[in-house]
Write a protein that binds this ligand. Sequence first.
Ligand code: FES
Length: 283
Amino acid sequence: MTTDVSNLQLRNPWSWYPVVASADLSPGTVLPVVLNGEKLAVWRSSKGKVNAWHDRCPHRGMRLSFGAVNGETLICPYHGWTFGDDARCVRIPAHPNVIPSRAARARLLAVAEVDGHIWICSGEPARSEPDADSAYTPVRTMHLQLSMENAIVAFLTLPCAAGVKVQPPEHIEWSTSNAGAVVARSEALTASFALPSSVFCGATTETGKSTYLIRIQPTDLGGCAVQASMTVGGDAVAFNRALVAFRAEIAQDKIKSWLVSASSKFEAAVPVLVDGLTQGEAP
Ligand code: FES
């Protein structure tokens, strides 16, 4: 069956994506983030308010993520224009007595902080808040040189748990749940994928079951970032090690080529997801 995976609309502008763990953005700091190919500056004010703006100063285009947070403002590093948390310029150092024009403002995006992650929606959010799950706690952010689609298939089909070899299974049973999620079952792993980017995994290990949640942030066409969480109370150190090993394994050519064949099975479930998207996700 030939299916265009882009039909999935994995990179849609009305969904929330987690882009950074809350713990990685301290008060008074700014980070660069890429979402769907767009460069963004995500910053936290001294009082803790999180803001997400396009990473471009409205004056001469300097990247605001190179700037500095001062209290509840962000200062551009080039000419020092200072922006309040509503993204409006409040001070121009070269003209301290001039009230900045209302047009002098950065472009802001919808941002939310839920369940230990900072989430961004690049357009008009279909839901006022991201779908969060307090059963899981963030462990780490990890960048992958894989498309978002391939990363989804990797976590759907290959176990990522301490003491479990990352090995393509001989047989995977594919199905869809009533809610429209794609479910992949093999001997070592049962995983389900829900739009727009969440993979819920239960891997069988020697010591029992390891349950984790992977949310994938589309950065650009060639890469993605993973926000990995595990059940509250799990062994975060062991899971962190497993994630690092998983990244190295899936970078191997033999795994990459196996993922291509697994993708065709995943794609076979796309029409169901598209139906689910039309009913539940479209704005
Ligand atoms: S480019 Fe930002 S203040 Fe001039």
